[in-house]
Design a protein around this ligand. Structure first.
Ligand SMILES: CC(C)CCC[C@@H](C)[C@H]1CC[C@H]2[C@@H]3CC=C4C[C@@H](O)CC[C@]4(C)[C@H]3CC[C@]12C
Length: 661
């Protein structure tokens, strides 16, 4: 190898036009070709096929009719090498166009020397000199613009991000523009012909000799030509629909620093009481007779007296009044007779009464206490209920969910040293805390083991093969952060070294999986599917944040375990699930009361919890209702039954005077 520094160090030619640094291909390197150094003016491209290739890849960047620094052979190599990035990034045109622009300029721009500097050349067996190392001066704006437009592009066939494959060992999560471009410029990377050192505008050691390449970039949320569509939401966060910001809360109603409503009520109460007292003590005429309850003269009350008929009053009564008084009279007489009869034949009456109660009481057999919230709170004819019914009977209802929310208590944040500086993790990432969560999760999975209602028989296991007879709990969907570590402490304890020699551990692994839960190798949970970080973690949203804005999952303060069970429209198939849920609630109650470590705060719920609660409430009501009925009966017996001796009533406290009517 010969260091050919004479090729470098061109001052931009007069008029700032620049010239070529290479032209044509001089050496073959496995699948790609290495260019020949050429230090002269650009040459016109006369080849029609070459122009077609330029139109295909560099439309609008390189003018095919003007002289340039590439020949047809180079354009062919270019064309051959674009297959791979095109299949990875082609889903998102703006990203791909951005990336292509600099490769076009690099390959063909007539003013190459303004931003390219050949650093090393070698001579091959045929005695031809070819380029092996090159500096590319490029602006930060371009690097960041292109990076930002490509970072989220996904590769659906592998379930990864395009930059997982294009950023070398960094993967998409730890990729940044410099890491990405240096990987693409590394001569050891497949299909890269020579070492290309991307030198960004700010890190200039060139002393202004070069004008950095600065192709314009298009954000991924914008269309490339104003006609075609922009990149989809999957490939570009900026393209995702943003929910309208919530309307600002109305200012609280406050009077003199107090809650407005309470304050007004207090004023009204005080004014009312004042007015009432004033009226009593000041305005009320001394000899005014309030028409009282006890007034014998009061017409209305007195009209109920059975001893007088309506004619006994001086004032003639209206028809309605007469009707009322007569009805009263007949009722009174009728019941008087009936009462006397009962009192004369108490045993017969008691016997007949008992018979009646027993016969009617048989209806209790058909009594059903409704605890299904849907039955209770939705009208059977409401449209949503009818539609739900139809859906459920054809496709089965939504799964049964069992959820446990575990919050870290009195644990501090974790500071983790990474190649991107110190990253702060929320207390939910405390090692002991997570291990305790795993322990709890595994014990819940074992509830009912070996019984007819064990979890593996009732859970939702979508990846189980049809007709499979042997079932395993590990096939059950469990949405838990431990899915990222395959529910294994060994996986959890694994550490690695990243390219910058920083140790990476479970924390880095989490960041990687939160960014791409579908990563088939590293992040897929044991059940065979992804774990959504927004469901497995809690407490990571700062006030005002939404899930739409790439939340910082690593700030989580709580973890959530979700177990998903199969649900059936046909309620009779639900008994194993009901039984398991009962055992689960029992277990959780016991765990939170006796075993829960101090650093955990636990809340749990099961699908049957609402029904259980309704059941419990209606049962606790029974006692209340019984007692109030007893009191009512006692009152009626005492006040209407003319009880006048203590011997007839057990209650000694009630003296004759107070109850005699
Ligand atoms: C898949 C990954 C990581 C790499 C993706 C970027 C590839 C496609 C880029 C990076 C560097 C690029 C090369 C840079 C320089 C030249 C020399 C030119 O005369 C023909 C094109 C050619 C050969 C480019 C082809 C495309 C290329 C290989």
């Amino acid at each position: 190898a010969e260091d050919n520094s004479s090729l470098s160090g061109h001052a931009p030619s007069e008029g700032g036009a620049g010239h070529c640094v290479w032209y044509g291909e001089c050496n073959k390197k496995s699948s790609t070709k290495q260019n020949c150094p050429y230090d002269g003016p650009a040459k016109p491209l006369d080849d029609a096929k070459g122009k077609a290739l330029l139109k295909k890849w560099c439309d609008g960047v390189i003018d095919p009719d003007k002289p340039m620094c590439c020949d047809y052979a180079q354009l062919q190599t270019f064309d051959q090498n674009m297959g791979m990035p095109s299949s990875l990034l082609g889903r998102c045109p703006s990203c791909f166009v951005n990336l292509r622009r600099h490769i076009c300029l690099l390959t063909c721009a007539p003013n190459q020397s303004e931003f390219l500097e050949v650093k090393k050349t070698e001579v091959n067996k045929e005695n031809r000199t070819y380029i092996t190392e090159l500096d590319i001066h490029i602006t930060n704006d371009y690097l960041w613009g292109t990076f930002n437009s490509c970072i989220q592009v996904s590769v659906p066939s592998t379930g990864t991000k395009a930059l997982d494959l294009m950023c070398g060992q960094w993967g998409a999560v730890k990729c940044n523009p410099m890491r990405w471009f240096s990987y693409m410029g590394d001569k050891t990377t497949f299909s890269v012909p020579f070492q290309m050192n991307y030198i960004n505008e700010t890190g200039n050691s060139t002393g202004g000799r070069f004008t950095p390449m600065d192709p314009p970039t298009i954000p991924c949320s914008q269309s490339v030509d104003g006609v075609s569509a922009a990149c989809s939401c999957v490939d570009c966060a900026q393209s995702c629909p943003v929910p309208p910001p919530p309307a600002p809360k109305p200012a609280p109603f406050v009077i003199a620093g107090f809650d407005g409503v309470s304050f007004l009520m207090l004023i009204i109460f005080l004014a009312g009481s004042m007015a009432f007292l004033m009226w009593i003590y000041v305005c009320k005429p001394k000899n005014d007779n309030i028409r009282g309850v006890a007034s014998e003269a009061a017409h209305e009350l007195d009209s109920h007296s059975i001893n007088k008929s309506s004619e006994d009053y001086e004032k003639p009564s209206s028809f309605i009044e007469k009707l009322g008084a007569n009805t009263d009279l007949y009722l009174q007489r009728g019941f008087e007779k009936w009462g006397t009869y009962c009192a004369q034949k108490p045993w017969l009456i008691l016997f007949l009464g008992a018979c009646l109660v027993v016969t009617l009481g048989h209806g209790v057999k058909y009594l059903k206490v409704t605890t299904d919230p849907v039955e209770l709170w939705a009208s059977p004819t409401s449209r949503s209920r009818v539609e739900r019914e139809y859906f459920d009977s054809h496709f089965e209802p939504f799964y049964r969910t069992e959820q446990i929310i575990i919050r870290a208590r009195n644990l501090s944040e974790i500071h983790h040293n990474t190649s991107d500086g110190i990253v702060e993790y929320g207390p939910a990432f405390n090692r002991d805390f997570l291990l305790a969560v795993l322990d709890l999760q595994e014990r819940i999975k074992k509830i009912g083991e070996g019984e007819w209602y064990s979890l593996d028989k009732i859970c939702l296991a979508p990846l189980r093969s049809v007709g499979q007879t042997e079932t395993d709990v590990n096939e059950c969907i469990v949405e838990s952060i431990w899915g990222y570590y395959k529910d294994s402490i060994e996986e959890f304890n694994k550490t690695e070294l990243d390219p910058a020699k920083y140790t990476t551990n479970y924390l880095d692994h989490f960041i990687k999986c939160a960014a791409n839960p579908y990563d088939p190798l590293n992040c897929i949970a044991p059940y065979g599917g992804p774990v959504d970080p927004a469901i497995a973690l809690g407490g990571f949203l700062q006030p005002g944040d939404t899930l739409a804005k790439e939340p910082h999952y690593e700030k989580a303060t709580a973890v959530i375990l979700t177990f998903i069970l199969q649900n059936y429209h046909n309620k009779s198939l639900l008994s194993p699930a009901m039984e398991w849920e009962k055992a689960y609630v029992e277990f959780m109650r016991n765990y939170t009361e006796t075993e829960k470590p101090d650093f955990m705060d636990i809340a749990f719920s099961s699908e049957r919890s609402i029904e259980d609660e309704l059941n419990r409430e209606s049962q606790s009501d029974v006692l209340t209702i019984l007692i109030s009925y007893l009191i009512m009966f006692a009152y009626i017996a005492v006040s209407l039954g003319q009880v006048n001796t203590c011997s007839r009533f057990v209650c000694q406290i009630l003296s004759d005077d107070s109850i005699v009517t």
